[in-house]
Design a protein around this ligand. Structure first.
Ligand code: GLU
Length: 271
């Protein structure tokens, strides 16, 4: 009876060695949680069927692949502008790819890889509105912006301090407010506004003013202190630009939005 038992053991050990030892392409195990926007067409959008589209989704998926993860290991989690730092601090997500501008206030709480994209703050109005053509025109108008965004801060601090600012949780709420008339304008990055203006069902409804009210350098947010991950993501971003995937993602996601993107920025974070 002893001989077959030992034989069975040998088979089990042999299988275990095969499972971990062969192929050489075993990536990290488990799920990779990535924070993205769920409501920004062209940038980060959860489609009705539960799939995800947008430039940030493509960038995040490319990074995940370079980190060794398979697409089925990715779990996209919804982030809002106001909770991106918290979700990183509490390890809810490994990184954030969510139209996330790099700035000093945020750098005190999280680290950034990148930048990987340059956008500019702009204003969206209803197509038939000719009363708003520049930022100052927003004073005494009702303006919607997202709480926790650089756009809302810029309005309050410099662009139009006398605007009646309606701060909502997400840009999809602002676009409804604009459409329904509870806001006269909305402001955020041109990349995001162009996506709404071009969305099916919205064509002809809105007008993008084409102002360049700020420079928004998008970074990939990671937990503060994780220098190794910043370096790895920077390497992935450089590769994405070099091999043409960055251009392809821009074309695919911003192509129909009548919007001219800036060229890929230099990666400057990390050491
Ligand atoms: N890029 C700006 C920011 O990070 C506006 C867009 C957003 O809130 O995601 O605040």
């Amino acid at each position: 009876m002893r001989v077959p038992k030992a034989g069975a053991m040998a088979v089990v050990v042999g299988l275990a060695l095969t499972a971990t030892g062969c192929g050489g392409d075993e990536g990290p195990q488990g799920t990779l949680s990535i924070g993205i926007k769920f409501d920004e067409p062209g940038v980060g959008l959860r489609e009705p069927g539960g799939t995800f589209t947008g430039f940030d989704v493509d960038v995040a998926t490319y990074i995940a692949k370079e980190l060794g993860y398979k697409p089925e290991q990715i779990e996209f989690k919804k982030v809002d502008s106001s909770d991106r730092e918290l979700l990183l601090q509490y390890n809810e997500v490994k990184f954030v790819a969510a139209s996330y501008s790099i700035n000093d206030k945020r750098k005190a709480k999280v680290d950034f890889a990148g930048p990987y994209f340059t956008a500019h703050q702009d204003i969206l109005v209803r197509a038939d509105d000719n009363s708003i053509t520049k930022a100052e025109d927003l004073n005494n108008k009702r303006l919607c912006s997202v709480s926790g965004s650089t756009s809302a801060t810029n309005v309050k601090e410099k662009l139009a301090p006398k605007a009646g600012l309606l701060e909502l949780g997400g840009n999809s709420e602002c676009i409804i407010a604009l459409q329904e008339g509870s806001a006269d304008a909305m402001t955020t990055d041109n990349s995001i506004l162009a996506g709404y203006a071009a969305q099916k069902g919205n064509t002809g409804k809105f007008k993008l003013l084409g102002l360049s009210l700020s420079n928004e350098s998008y970074g990939i947010g990671v937990k503060k202190g994780n220098k190794e991950l910043v370096e790895k993501i920077n390497a992935a971003l450089k590769k994405m630009v070099a091999d043409g995937a960055w251009d392809a993602a821009v074309k695919k996601n911003f192509g129909s939005a009548n919007y001219r993107n800036e060229p890929a920025p230099q990666i400057t974070t990390g050491s």
